[in-house]
Design a binder for this molecule. Sequence first.
Ligand code: SAM
Ligand code: ZN
Length: 387
Amino acid sequence: MKTRTIQEGCTRALVPLVPDGGQLSISSASVFYNPEMELNRDLSVASIAAYSELMSSRRHLELTDITYVDALSASGIRGLRIAKEVGVNVTLNDWSEEAYNLIRENTALNDLTNKVRTCLGNANVLLHKERYDIVDIDPFGSPTTYLDAASSSAINMLAVTATDTAPLCGAHLNSGIRKYSAVPLNVEYHSEMGLRILLGMIARDLARHEKAMHPLFCHATRHYVRTYLEVKKGANNTDKCLKYLGFIAHCTKCAARSVHYGLAVHIPEKCKVCGDNISIAGPLWLGPLHNREFCDSVLIQLTKRELGKKEHALKIVELCRNELDIPTFYDQHLLTKKLGISAMPMKELLKELKANGFKASRTHFSGTSFKTNAGLEGILDTLRRFR
Ligand SMILES: C[S@@+](CC[C@H](N)C(=O)[O-])C[C@H]1O[C@@H](n2cnc3c(N)ncnc32)[C@H](O)[C@@H]1O
Ligand SMILES: [Zn+2]
């Protein structure tokens, strides 16, 4: 395999030399390395550092006492960065012999041979055999086939990436249903739909192991969804967590939506606003996506580090920190198009909604989107008054 050396954060790694660098050649290379995921890894370093420091101060532990596994490591770049830039005890696994050999080379390249353990094998076997404080699942495509083993293994934190955004967001409906045992809808807030479908699936996987999840920081981009979840053991915690599962009823005609908590619920068939038939998505996660204090700690971690995608990472975490804890965002452009009026500057719209006594915030999902408790009619009133 021909390689080149890359650097992310303060970690170096040999990665396959991909002739034209396109996504197709990246995914067919003998060992996977996607430079576009540097932002995801920068955020991982900061989030896992924030969580590990919290754990170490809560439990009077050394960072080296905290165990982390990247069960699908490829070149090893993600876990090597966690070992070098965070300092916890790292295990790196891949079932490809070529990947395993490259991980070992990269471990030596970073002087981490005494600190990083490398394994060659099936991720599910490893995770069913061993328990780790922090389990990271970063596959190509859907993570669902690893979630049972990951749920069994994770003691304190579970971090999961999903790159199959089309099935998650309802663009490939049947594939979404097969993989996530849920019905996603391809609506204007499809990125949030994807995140909540994935979280719903993880909550149910963890529940079988009597574990509950508390989302600390979750974000979505066009290419992937990523979640950092605190894991808590116990039937009571788990029962409480499952109460956040439910359904979203959506009217494609007028964009009104309602949320329905529970797994056996009665959902009216007609839209309360316009009377049209509604569509239903779920079961999915209706609980919080972020923990404000945790996002603050991630911001501190990002600020003090040398990272290639620092500015972008800071922007995402700041938006997540300030995002209202309400399911489903509205897209201003879509609403103003329906009304036949021009869009307002987002700052003005948020100010007006707040002046009318509602809560309102931007979201990290898109620059034209916002969250509010105003309901569709409250939003439309505000927009119409400013036409
Ligand atoms: C997307 S890559 C991982 C990328 C890496 N986490 C990073 O940040 O660069 C997925 C890797 O999972 C490995 N893999 C796929 N299925 C596996 C399994 N069941 N057990 C172990 N490794 C597996 C593949 O060989 C591939 O190297
Ligand atoms: Zn309607």
